[in-house]
Design a protein around this ligand. Structure first.
Ligand code: MF3
Ligand code: CO
Ligand code: CO
Length: 263
């Protein structure tokens, strides 16, 4: 109605939180299954199909399939699967076969009972170098450091700053044009959560907000471009990228990570 800044950040009711927990648990299980299936010799198309079957068993629906917002064409697969220098939104393909030493990020965003769970992991295929191993570990650490700051009364900039500081400490690039977000009835809700920013700035966090926090780092230069397929975001210098993501619930104390796999 007025200016964009005044848009509401949804606060979930107790009933909605129960549904978010369930949707996120299903998302986490699908991601875990796909991560275990990912191996040398498997195509990213096979991986997408494997995830689709698992999703159907759970009675969940892809939130990515035919997604259009802000894009030239509807997203044509069930999951975003991005390999090596692909940062996000990689389109699964029969021609992309995972090889020993590759890294592959699997982004699972699904609807379950009307709510979205959104979670990503970058998986190591076989043996990766120490440098690459560390790169993934640091991104996961940054995600947890960001999550730790997502406490009621803090601000979005506190999350952003924690993630940025950890990336900078290790001299990794940070994507500018792709950000985390609120998540709930829709995959993308207010607020936007950049992976860089100043502490004490941005919207105030309140208990009942559900947020997808998702560091996206590069091993070299942070500049990226969108490939001719209209979706795949790749590094310009061809160096590796990492992406990890959890959906969390803001509370008065430490957040609840809704997309942790419960064994
Ligand atoms: N799951 C992604 C995110 O973390 C978005 C997927 S884009 C789509 O925000 F087009 F594939 F849907
Ligand atoms: Co996602
Ligand atoms: Co997301």
């Amino acid at each position: 109605m007025f200016e964009k800044k005044l848009q509401m950040i949804p606060i979930k009711t107790d009933e909605e939180i129960v549904k978010m927990r369930k949707a996120c648990e299903v998302a986490a299980k699908i991601l875990d299954g796909m991560a275990n299936y990912a191996a040398a010799g498997v195509s990213t198309y096979d991986l997408d199909c494997f995830g689709r079957d698992l999703m159907m068993e759970f009675g969940a629906k892809s939130a990515s399939f035919l997604y259009t917002t802000g894009a030239k064409r509807p997203y044509p697969a069930y999951f975003c699967i991005s390999i090596n220098d692909e940062v996000v939104h990689g389109i699964p393909s029969k021609n992309v076969i995972l090889r020993n030493g590759d890294i592959v990020s699997i982004d699972v965003a699904i609807f379950y009972n009307g709510y979205v769970g959104d979670t990503t992991r970058t998986v190591r295929i076989g043996n990766v170098s120490d440098e690459v191993d560390r790169f993934i570990t640091v991104a996961e650490e940054a995600l947890l450091l960001g999550i730790e700051r997502a406490v009621g009364g803090n601000r979005v900039g506190d999350i952003s700053n924690a993630i940025e500081k950890h990336a900078k400490k290790h001299k990794y690039g940070i994507l500018r044009d792709f950000v985390g977000h609120g998540v709930g009835r829709n995959m993308h809700e207010e607020p936007q959560i950049p992976n860089y920013g100043r502490s004490g700035t941005g919207p105030v966090l309140m208990p009942g907000m559900t947020l997808a926090i998702e560091p996206m780092f590069t091993l070299g230069n942070e500049k990226v471009f969108v490939a001719d397929d209209g979706w795949t975001v790749k590094t310009i210098d061809g160096k590796l990228a990492v992406h990890c993501e959890h959906t969390i619930l803001v509370t008065d104390t430490l957040p609840e990570i809704l997309t942790l796999v419960k064994k």
